[in-house]
Each structure stands twice: as C-alpha cells, then as structure tokens.
Design a protein around this ligand. Structure first.
Ligand SMILES: [Mn+2]
Length: 271
C-alpha cells in the first residue's frame, strides 16, 4: 500500500481534459501543477487528464508538454501516479507500433488501478476516477465493461492512428448527444454505490473526480462517517465559464490537513 505521512505533501487533480483545442486551460493547469509541486512529494492524477486517448502514439503539443512536465517532476524526486479515467482509459495500454515506449515509460509515472487505497496521514483513503460510482447510467456502465476488456482494447489498438482518432471523435459526439437525454442524477454518483465501496474497502475517506461537481461531502453510513472529496474539473470551453465558476483546482494533503487550492477553495466551507 502507498503510505503517505510525516513531512510528505500529496497533491491531487483530476478531469483536466487536456487537448490541443484548449491551449489556455493546458497552460493554466501546467503552471498550477508546476507551482503546487514545488514542495510536493506525491502527485496523484485521478483520471481524464486527457480529453481522449487513442493510444500511446497519440500526437499533440499538449500531450508532449504534459509528458515533459511529468517526466521532469519524476526526475526531481516526486512520485507521480496516474489513474485512467473514462476518456483516457487507454493510457499506457500501448500500441503495436509503439511497444516499449508507453505513457508510463515516457513520464516515469506509476499507473494506478481504479480503485486504489492509500494511507493518508493514518487515514485509509480510497482513490477512484468516479465513473464506477455512477451506477444509475446503465448504458454507460455497459460501455465501460465492454471497453475495459483486453479483447476490446487489443482490437481497437490494431487500427491505424487516423482510424482511432476518427473513432474517438465519433464517440465524443455520440456522448454529447446522449447526455441531452440523460437525467442529471445519472451523471452523479449513487449513494448506495458510495456506501458499498466504502464498506468493501473499509475506508473513511474517498477522493474522486469525474462528476465535475466539486465538493466535500459527509456521509453517514452503517460503518460510520465517510468524507468524500470530489475534485474539480478543468474542462470548460469559454461558453461554460459563466455557469461553472468552480472549475480548476487541486487538493493538497499534508500533516497540516486537507486543503483545496484554486478557484474551488471558496466553495468548500471550513470543516
Ligand atoms: Mn470522467
């Protein structure tokens, strides 16, 4: 188990949705990450770092910039952990043409299973991307099960880069269309799924992203109190900026406590 304590400083982020179409957000995130990492010992990126990921041969200036930064942070002695999200679930799954130079090798990051338990200053804490808790969205859960199978991934990665990029484009357009027909509660976690995960893993704290509804929730369950941090997303084309003021931010955990950093901090009341 990953154990963090003493003078360690852990920084958490999720849902950056990096893509070349949005260089402003990419720069903002890279700056924030570089800054927050100045005294960090551990960095956890909990999924959907990229808007899409079609294989480790994915090109792009933003991809290269992030890989460069993570490689530099790893080289500077920070332990960098990356979890796959629902957009970038093919991270470090390789491609036939690029065997041996996967995402983890290029960044020197360690890939994390979803979920993973870490001990954070004595508190067993469950890290997840968050989509596994959105159990009311049955159509999505079906796609999730299918696309996480090695057979599906192998056959997808056999296609040319151009074909995979086109498939990702079609999939994102479909997902945008299907969102319009979904009830808002389908896009959030289900309380019973949260309780089940807490019970199964015996934890009292949880950190995830995915829902783009940053918050610190307190749950009371059969096993006692559960604190659930939902990390903010960084994804917001300009048209959403007004109704989405909380976007962007990191969670910093040290012996001094749990501290939201960035625009979302104002919306989290003191404990
Ligand atoms: Mn997600």
């Amino acid at each position: 188990m990953i154990t963090i304590g003493g003078s360690d400083v852990a920084v958490f982020a999720a849902d950056v949705h990096l893509d070349d179409h949005d260089p402003g957000t990419a720069r903002w995130f890279l700056d924030a990450l570089g800054h927050a990492s100045s005294d960090a010992t551990h960095l956890f990126l909990l999924g959907d770092l990229f808007e899409y990921w079609v294989g480790d041969d994915q090109p792009g200036a933003t991809v290269d910039a992030l890989i460069g930064l993570l490689h530099a942070l790893s080289g500077g002695g920070i332990k960098v952990y990356v979890m796959r999200g629902n957009r970038d679930f093919l991270l470090d799954r390789g491609t036939p043409a690029h065997a041996g130079v996967g995402f983890a090798e290029r960044t020197k990051a360690l890939m994390l299973a979803d979920p993973t338990i870490v001990e954070l200053f004595g508190a067993p804490t469950l890290l997840l991307h968050g989509d596994s808790l959105c159990t009311a969205d049955l159509a999505y859960q079906e796609f999730r099960a299918q696309s996480r199978s090695p057979q599906w991934q192998e056959s997808f990665l056999r296609h040319s880069l151009a074909e995979r990029i086109e498939y990702a484009r079609v999939l994102r357009a479909q997902s945008e269309r299907s969102k319009a027909g979904k009830l808002p509660q389908w896009m959030d976690v289900v309380e019973s799924a949260v309780q089940a995960a807490a019970h199964a893993h015996g934890i009292g704290a949880m950190i995830h992203g995915h829902t783009h509804r940053p918050a610190r929730h307190h749950h009371r369950g059969p096993d006692g109190e559960l604190v659930r941090w939902v990390l903010p997303d960084w994804w917001a084309p300009e048209e959403r900026a007004d109704d989405h003021p909380q976007r962007g931010g990191l969670l910093r955990v040290s012996a001094g406590g749990w501290e939201p950093i960035g625009p979302w901090a104002a919306s989290i009341a003191a404990p």
